[in-house]
Ligand binder design. Sequence first.
Ligand code: NAP
Ligand code: ZN
Length: 353
Amino acid sequence: MSKPIARSVKAYSAAAATSPLAPTTIPRREPTDLDVQIEILFCGVCHSDLHFARNEWHFTQYPAVPGHEIVGRVTKVGAKVTKFKLGDLAGVGCLVDADLSSCPYCKKGLEQFSPTMVGTYGGTDKHLGGSTYGGYSEAIVVDEHFVLSVPKNLDLAAVAPLLCAGITTYSPLRHWKVGPGKKVGIVGLGGLGHMGVKFARAFGAHVVVFTTSESKKADALRLGAHEVVVSRNADEMAKHAGTFDFILDCVSADHDINAYLGMLAVDGNLTLVGVPEKPLPVAAFAIIMGRKSLSGSLIGGIAETQEMLDFCGEHGITCDIEMIRMDQINEAYERMLKSDVKYRFVIDMASLK
Ligand code: NAP
Ligand code: ZN
């Protein structure tokens, strides 16, 4: 088989777990019949990018190009593309491929759980071979099924993080039917957490933020929380014990999950979306007392991601962002590790040109 034609584009990559990200070039395929080529305008910085670049999940292949909160403009479409035309705005999240015709999960709109799913970065590139490269780059080429339409009425840079932080919080809140009459906790006010607050509030729940950062209290209320608990304060924590219907745990590092299971009411659920490097020990008593459940959630399918973007368009919901240049990415990672981001870094990709 002849090798597909590819062109070289500018990008930022990590060469090893301990290397800072640095300029490089990567190949992008020429669009096939069903592909959309996108000039990337903005890319959000997810904590998963940092876990991945530093091999904290132990499956990174180098060079690694992170970035899965991508928005940009369509610069080329394949002959059979129907959803997009030249000049359209478009988004790409965490998924770029899956075997749509044979996989039962894909047929149900749960592409993220398909064994054939290909991640935007760190997946197996079916076209060029090797690893897929993410959005810290000038351009990306993606099958139209995995390309999202972006609301036209919102600030484009502030839309970018919806492609991961948005859908990762929207999906479990919808799945667990968060709405009026429900008391909902959001743990960790970072990129995911601040979107969890906005969605839970928009769905009509009573929203409580758990934060380790005293300094984020006022922001939590501004973002839509009804109450804020500083989790280092045992008295504040004790007041809420046994009262939550649902808690979304968005923490990126080691923490005591049993403390949050203790916050749930009978039959309450805690869903983990944070993916700390190390396992979190769960005490059996923390869940048997009160028939509580602990579950997880991974981003969302393509149809649900589009639903989330449309919901944001209708309700004027975007992310709170701090714009950075591409060459500030290593500094941004260090700040993210200190929980010093309000509340998502977004890279202005024009700075890569
Ligand atoms: P982030 O912006 O860095 O936010 C993480 C927040 O967790 C921090 O702002 C901080 O909030 C809290 N935190 C950090 N260290 C802590 C510690 N030692 N103890 C307690 N709380 C701590 O990260 P993110 O981008 O939102 O991502 C969060 C996690 O979700 C990451 O592990 C990421 O990989 C994962 N993720 C999962 C999915 C999925 O599909 N499941 C998708 C995207 C990301 P406070 O300052 O308020 O305490
Ligand atoms: Zn992400």
